[in-house]
Design a protein around this ligand. Sequence first.
Ligand code: CDT
Length: 331
Amino acid sequence: MPRYLNVGAAQLGPIARDEPRATVVSRLIDLLQQGAVAGCELVVFPELALTTFFPRWYLDEGDASNISGDTTELDSYYERSMPGPETQPLFDEAKRLGVGFSLGFAELTEPDDDGVVHRFNTTILVERDGTIVGRFRKVHIPGHEAHEPWRQFQHLERRYFEESNEGFPVFEAFDGVVGMATCNDRRWPETYRVMGLQGVELVMIGYNTPMFYAPDPTQNALAGFHNHLVMQAGAYQNGTWVVGVAKGGIEEGVESLAQSAIIAPSGQIVAQAVTIGDELVTARCDLDWCKQYKETLFDFERYRRPEVYTRITAQKGAIAPGSTKQDGVIS
Ligand code: CDT
């Protein structure tokens, strides 16, 4: 018997640097309402969906390892509570419509026991009754820490976000087993496999992917190919749905990839955005389709060989034969 979940991928176009939260939240509500009309139970929003992609600017005066100086503008891009006064209307509307959502945003924590605040690139999962049922903090943080003014635009995620140590949890929600990942996480096979090992049936991924990659511009023309390649492979190899949602278009002069897609456990794209702006695409996702892969070719219990994969967790960088590098592993 099929087990259907109607899902919407709510792609966003650009958000201007000075765009007020209230305006962005009204765009999100509009997409949520479109989702309700289309019969969606879950709408997936992109990474950092409440603000412009602020890591493209060097916004403080600290050194490479330390944010300091005037952080007024930087801090204005983070949420201190969720929901907060400006995001509450989205939660209220979700509850009214009975449509859940996942939402990416910059999180500034309360001070810890040492008085230190933490900054994470976070996504929350909100059920159809408006309650938060899951939280994911981005694990793989790309880009650089230090001010690099030679770039056309910077990618200072490694300055403005900590790497999460919480891993890739899954949640029993939306009558299935669901998980989240954020942008660069989608390029790493471990992301999907760790959730696959917890029986995930649907992975929600928001992204902001610039079309220009300064360290190797030969990759620019392949941005769309790589985006779908990794998500389709992750879906197929783990027998799971993947919903990849962009903030695309030209934002503050920087062009970002759109091409949001809903991908089946077969690895096939079943719905894809056709614009580079605010757009909802939907699919009726049969969560039981996952079994066809999880119980055959990718029957982990039967076929996996964890005893020969120990390098995956024991070692970080590559160690070529003959290398003198020591990384705690004897080859
Ligand atoms: N937001 C994000 O993670 N973007 C990265 C860009 C990498 S280039 C520094 C991505 O993997 O799409």
